[in-house]
Design a protein. Structure first.
Length: 154
């Protein structure tokens, strides 16, 4: 599952650029996997390929979210929010990712989140997944006041 944008702590200058380009590369690899696996649908059974391509679509969305969020730079708690991601078997998101509203298109993130939740729910349904019926508490978003300043969730 997608991790918080806190992996940049202690990163050298330009580390955000490297992380963003890595996420874009991951998006491209996943997209090519979707295209290539679609061509194999008749070879290995379409159910298996559909499951793999569903996961690839989820992976592409996660990479896009990471790219759009970037380092989640902030100057105050008021600039920080959390994005629901994934799905639980009984409903609701499976995780929350902190982001900053300073340089993020919230509408685009919201659409990606909705797509990710729908695909994750579809994947759980295909797997006939079950789990404990709990609702995750929405974490509080805050601006961590150590360098580099970035949004976190608690």
């Amino acid at each position: 599952m997608i991790g918080a944008a806190s992996g940049m702590r202690g990163a050298p200058p330009g580390g955000a650029r490297v992380a963003a380009s890595g996420a874009r590369l991951g998006s491209l690899v996943a997209a090519f996997a979707v295209l290539g696996l679609g061509a194999l649908a008749g070879c290995n059974g379409s159910d298996k390929v559909e499951a793999v391509t569903l996961q690839a679509r989820i992976d592409v969305i996660e990479a896009e979210v990471r790219t759009r969020i970037g380092p989640a730079a902030c100057t105050s708690d008021g600039e920080c929010r959390v994005l629901p991601m994934g799905a639980l078997a009984c409903g609701g998101p499976s995780s929350f990712v902190p982001y900053s509203i300073r340089a993020t298109d919230e509408g685009a993130l919201g659409r990606l989140s909705a797509d990710h939740q729908a695909l994750s729910a579809e994947q759980l349904k295909e797997r006939a997944a079950v789990g404990t019926c709990i609702a995750l508490q929405v974490p509080a978003a805050y601006c961590e006041l150590s360098a580099p300043l970035s949004c976190k969730a608690r």
